[in-house]
Write a protein that binds this ligand. Structure first.
Ligand SMILES: [Zn+2]
Length: 270
């Protein structure tokens, strides 16, 4: 599932190709891909792509003179900029659910095998109010996270996954963050809250390193040009159950918290 570093990688790629191009034509295969309250993609025709940004796990494409498209990639979504003459082949053709033809022969394509992704098109958007998402980890204040965590009983792992609290962290980077912060993933929020500063700073450094490596490719995630990310080779705990912790040599364990596979080192995370 694409998390913040993967979406940031995609956004940086799209940013080099999309801006200043006018939207000529759009197509969306299933209306169910729209988030509730969204305008249609067609509303964007004749508008020109402006800034390409990211908020949490969402890619945000802004248009001139007004309007924006927020794309959440769900489990298996991919946003790819292709030459419009290049025909998608095989499975790609089957999973191509949205396309936006731009001036200059470029097409923005959205592939999604499982179709959990969502599009939200609006004239303007208040992310907290309209999309119900919390602050990005790079913008959140430590005091904010401290206060939110201290008020909650749920395990810190589950709280980090809650996009209403902080947006952009998913299963991989929650596990990696808690490893580097030295926090046991089952610690209740009201206890882990005292470690919020360490959790936030380690989240940022893990996310920054992942962005540097183009994100983590486990299954479907690809960069905007179709290439794979490389950060999966550097995971400290995620996907490493049964292998020795690189810091202390103890065996990395896996358990389930809030239904999600959670990887941790019992010695390094207390
Ligand atoms: Zn360890």
């Amino acid at each position: 599932m694409p998390e913040l570093p993967e979406v940031e990688t995609i956004v940086r790629g799209l940013r080099t190709r999309l801006p200043h191009r006018k939207v000529l034509r759009t197509h969306l295969r299933h209306r169910s891909l729209y988030r509730r309250g969204s305008l249609t993609l067609r509303w964007l025709v004749d508008r020109t792509v402006g800034a390409v940004d990211r908020v949490g796990k969402n890619a945000v494409i802004r248009f001139d003179p007004a309007g924006l498209m927020v794309v959440n990639l769900g489990m298996t979504g991919r946003l790819v900029a292709s030459a419009s003459t290049r025909k998608p082949a095989g499975n790609d053709a089957k999973h191509l659910h949205a396309r936006m033809l731009l001036e200059g022969g470029l097409e923005l394509r959205y592939y999604d095998a499982r179709r959990f992704g969502r599009f939200y098109v609006a004239e303007k958007c208040d992310f907290a109010r309209d999309l119900n998402i919390g602050p990005d980890p790079f913008l959140a204040k430590p005091q904010y996270l401290t206060n939110v965590l201290l008020a909650r009983k749920a395990p810190i792992k589950a709280l980090l996954l809650d996009q209403r609290i902080i947006s952009g962290i998913g299963n991989i980077y929650a596990d990696e963050t808690l490893f580097y912060a030295g926090v046991d993933p089952s610690t209740p929020g009201r206890v882990a809250g005292t470690q919020a500063r360490a959790i936030l700073s380690n989240a940022r450094s893990v996310l920054r390193r992942a962005i540097k490596h183009g994100g983590s490719t486990l299954r479907d995630y690809r960069r905007h040009d179709g290439s794979r990310g490389g950060f999966q080779r550097f995971h400290a705990v995620y996907g490493r159950e049964g292998q020795p912790c690189f810091r202390c040599g103890a065996i990395v364990e896996k358990l389930f918290i809030a239904g999600r596979g959670t990887h941790f080192c019992r010695v390094c995370q207390r």
